[in-house]
Design a protein around this ligand. Sequence first.
Ligand SMILES: Cc1cc2nc3c(=O)[nH]c(=O)nc-3n(C[C@H](O)[C@H](O)[C@H](O)COP(=O)(O)OP(=O)(O)OC[C@H]3O[C@@H](n4cnc5c(N)ncnc54)[C@H](O)[C@@H]3O)c2cc1C
Length: 660
Amino acid sequence: MRAQLGELETALVDLAHSIASDTGVSSIEGLPPLVDSDKAWAALESSGLLTLRADGGTVLDLVLCAEQFASTLSATPFLGASLARELVGTSDDRIVVSLDGMSAPDALGATSIAFVRAGHAHVTGVEGELPTADRSRVSIRASASDVTSLATVDEQTFLAIAKLLLSADLVGNGIAALTDAVAYANERQQFGVPIGSFQALQHLLADAWVAVIAARNAVRSAAWRVEHNASGAKASAARAATVAAEAGITACEVATQALGGIGHTWEHLMSVRLRRALVNRSLLPATAPELLRAPIATTPTGSAEPDGFDLRDDHIEASVRARLRSWLATKPSTENWHAQLAAAGFVGVSMPVDAGGAGLPVTCEAIVSEELGDGDFPPPPAIAHLAHAIAEFGTLEQREVHLAHMLDGSARWCQGFSEPGAGSDLASLRTRAIAEGDDYVINGRKIWTSEAAQAEWILLLCRTGDHPHRGLSVLLFPLATPGVEVSTIVTAWGSDEFAEVSFQDVRVPRSALLGVEGQGWEIAMSLLAIERGPADIGWISRFRRTAHALLTTPESFGRDDVQRAAAWIEALDATVAVTLTQRRNGTFDPSTGSIDKLLMTKVDQLLHTAALQSAPNALATQTSQELERYLWARAASVFGGTSQIQRNIVAQRVLGLPRP
Ligand SMILES: Cc1cc2nc3c(=O)[nH]c(=O)nc-3n(C[C@H](O)[C@H](O)[C@H](O)COP(=O)(O)OP(=O)(O)OC[C@H]3O[C@@H](n4cnc5c(N)ncnc54)[C@H](O)[C@@H]3O)c2cc1C
């Protein structure tokens, strides 16, 4: 799986961007009716973009170009002309599409109109311009007479492509709106500081950014699926459109808010962007009822090509999947699951070989999660973040001693970071380890330590110096060490999964130090970046299973909240695919792990709120599964760093807004 643009796709984006920039607008003076339509069509024709598909281009290529034309608010009718060619093939005419057979919404300088009716393409003439709320594009009326009927077309595939191009327009427009708003927020001063340093604004922009990036990924993935006729591709296109409409409009609304009064003027292009987004949403074709019940997309069958965006397994991934499937076909007992899975070779598959793993690409971790989820087996153990920290920062001896047992399940671990007085402000933690001879002596308290009551070992973040960050270190030692006390805390959903752990004159050897003294903050951040990524820990397959149950139940599949949750699961999946690809090829920026964490939290909460509301008797007992999963989902915006902290990271490190 490679959710990343290849060389040809990147070159196409550059080409489309340069044409879109030439014909795009930077002020309202550049809007229709002042646009030179001859120049716009000449640019489309000479660049080869109009014959993209006839020349072997893909639906993903169309989507990538549409993003660019929207980002520059171009009136050049790339979308209208490309969709028309889906119906009529290559044509020398200035022909654009109508989705309702009456009006063509992206039609600057067009001389004829194509539309589909009853499975046939038709062509007709232009009867004149139509009024539209969209100030950036030209809309025209189709002639009711003089209609020529052409060949049959696959109407559902055409509608899926239409949805994807409108969605790409929403995404490109939304990303540009937020980019402009962020630039403004960095410059505009109020109360003596840039407005972008206000947390309220940072969080609005961060949430909108996460949504629109997820939408972009969903649209690109769905476009690839439609091109390859993957199972459920049309449902993926419909779900991508749901996400793109929500994210694309919110992006423009939030960007408008960030601009204050100026964004609400006729002269400012932000109001033009908002109008374009609203019109795009209104144009989205309705989704056929059978697509609403379709299962959430999984990895498509077939083998990945050597270059370019491709969601199929490559040969390494395919062999892991095949081996796992044949093992699962033996119906292994789920008792002592971690040990069983490890013995079969499916724990730590992406860990380096010299750290006890299989040395496979990180995408194989996602395959293990996906297959287990689809087969209704328990998820893999959530140890990747701890194991990677020891593999990356540990000595040879620490790797040998700890990793084998961590991976095979014979030693369970917990993570001691949070303290009663230090949660979000982790660097203020006070549990202290003082070097004495060959030992460290530890005193202090940790809280909310997951699985501490079941674990044998702890990875402890503690203070060895006074500097908030450089004074932190990590120690690895058994919880059975004298002076350690574990007191279980019952969660809101009635489980004993976390605990308070206290340390009184706990003596551990200096060899328990992970990395070097003072490296604790670096280790903690590296560990959290993986913990925040939902890929390794089987979330998506579990979400998919819950969604599947809702989508196949007649009472719930038609609910808006269920449909919305299903759509966002596919967007999360598409985003995690991008992250896994970046982790695999070494281009992953840990700050973007916060995007995945926020998205995972959103999906968890949307899905389990919908599941709770769809279950008639869920509140008639103390411990229904739906209530338990709902309450657990509420904790998703707290564990691993709260959503507010993730928004701070996205705003400041991804968007580049100033620190408050
Ligand atoms: C189910 C679960 C499992 C957990 N497992 C572990 C574990 O295994 N190991 C471990 O070490 N910890 C664990 N935690 C603890 C978790 O990491 C902390 O709860 C979390 O970091 C928040 O800290 P806090 O509870 O002290 O809340 P606080 O930091 O006090 O936050 C309270 C509220 O204030 C907000 N807030 C705080 N600072 C800011 C800011 N700068 N800007 C905006 N808002 C802010 C927060 O977002 C939150 O809404 C777990 C928590 C849960 C719920």
